[in-house]
Write a protein that binds this ligand. Structure first.
Ligand code: COS
Length: 380
């Protein structure tokens, strides 16, 4: 596979890097501490075309490929993993879905503002009893005249507090299991729809994660996304792409951990020499950079397959499984290299460690990725 980036891809990466350095770096630690949503930065990301990167330009997007998206998410995550997930959810989980399954009317009304950053989106699949077991949906949607009546609870919804629209999955026929699930576009302010609780988290603290409540919430039939009963397939296909975004986020955290470690080991002396002169430290750095390069290749391969229109379910799962593991390992090593300074808030590596862990959990845990990979390997 040839990863000679085009001039456009290099420019996208550079734009994202500069944006992250100038707009995110100065406030990232404070926002993490205060659990503050990066409202201004998200607006600016929209103006740059980074909130709907792969959406065609006639629907308000940037019309770019998945490789460009991976490069941009990595650069943003290198500085601010919270902003990276806000961006990733809007791109991978919301815009993708509307572009693939939306009607022309839905695209004009929702995709155009979402892709251009004038609206923010969220994706509500998980429930208190349907996390990894995503087809066990308890939220119901009952057809009544020209609307569906939604009842139930969603949890762990990224962007849920700030989102203007949420794609909500609900069971329209529980007897049909995964074939009885449908997807709905629900606007903020719809009566019966509310944010029940904002979670306090270990990491990615300046992105919001909430539970959502639906109580006799009427959603027009025109807001059903795709046919009735195909909601689970929509969710699974969408998560395939989402996992590439999370792999890129994990890469950014791993790369930041490596760069901080290299910098620090060249500045800090112990026993009369720089840390970088100890083989014990060199070996850590060598393992970090090797694993990051491998994770990057897997992630780019997944992106390239998606761009080529090939099947990418398993390769996306591999990329997320591996990149998230590398992110956690690199962040742990960075803390170790910093020693006591790695454990305090004055340096960024404790944040990298806190931010890294979620990449092994959301959009499918590492265990779920292994299930997806093994099923692909063993199928006839
Ligand atoms: N693309 C398209 N269709 C898919 C698919 C994919 N990636 N994965 C599954 N499907 C289809 C299957 O082909 C099957 O269709 P048929 O019944 O017509 O053959 C249907 O969906 C049900 O699939 P399956 O039987 O594999 O469902 P399971 O209940 O066994 O669940 C896993 C499979 C575990 C892979 C799924 O529940 C999952 O990914 N869980 C994790 C969810 C997740 O990532 N949550 C995080 C949300 S964001 S915080």
């Amino acid at each position: 596979m040839n990863f000679q980036f085009t001039e456009e891809q290099i420019m996208i990466k550079e734009t994202a890097r500069r944006f992250a350095e100038e707009e995110l770096a100065p406030t990232v630690a404070e926002r993490d501490e205060k659990e503050e949503f990066p409202e201004e930065a998200v607006k600016k990301l929209g103006e740059l075309g980074f909130m709907g990167m792969m959406v065609p330009t006639n629907y308000g997007g940037a019309g770019l490929d998945t490789i460009s998206y991976v490069l941009a998410v990595e650069e943003i995550a290198k500085v601010d993993a919270s902003t990276a997930v806000i961006m990733s959810v809007n791109n991978s989980l919301v815009c993708y879905e509307l572009n693939e399954w939306g009607t022309e009317e839905q695209k004009q009304k929702y995709l155009v503002p979402l892709a251009s950053g004038r609206m923010l989106g969220a994706f509500a699949l998980s429930e208190p009893e349907a996390g990894s077991d995503a087809s066990n949906q308890r939220t119901t949607a009952v057809l009544d005249g020209d609307s569906y009546v939604l009842n139930g609870t969603k949890n762990f919804t990224t962007n849920g507090l700030h989102a203007d629209v949420v794609v909500v999955f609900a069971s329209t026929d529980r007897s049909k299991g995964s074939h009885g699930i449908s997807a709905f576009i629900v606007e903020k302010g719809t009566p019966g729809f509310s944010v029940a609780k904002k979670e306090r988290k270990l990491g990615i603290r300046s992105s919001d994660t909430v539970s959502l409540s639906f109580e006799d919430c009427r959603v027009p039939v025109g807001n059903r996304l795709g046919e009735e009963g195909i909601g689970f397939k929509i969710a699974m296909k969408t998560l395939d792409g989402g996992r590439i975004g999370i792999a890129a986020q994990a890469l950014g955290i791993a790369q930041a951990s490596l760069e901080a470690s290299v910098r620090y080991s060249k500045q800090r002396k112990a026993f009369g020499q720089y840390l970088s002169e100890f083989q014990a430290i060199q070996f850590k750095l060598a393992d970090m950079v090797t694993n990051i390069e491998a994770a990057r290749l897997l992630t780019l391969e997944a992106a390239a397959k998606k761009d080529a229109g090939e099947r990418y379910t398993e390769i996306a799962a591999m990329a997320k499984l591996y990149a998230s593991k590398v992110a956690v390992e690199c962040a742990l090593e960075a803390v170790q290299i910093y020693g006591g300074y790695g454990y305090i808030k004055e340096y960024p590596v404790e944040r990298f460690l806190r931010d890294s862990k979620i990449t092994e959990i959301y959009e499918g845990t590492s265990e779920i990725q292994r299930i997806v990979i093994a099923r692909g390997l063993l199928k006839d």
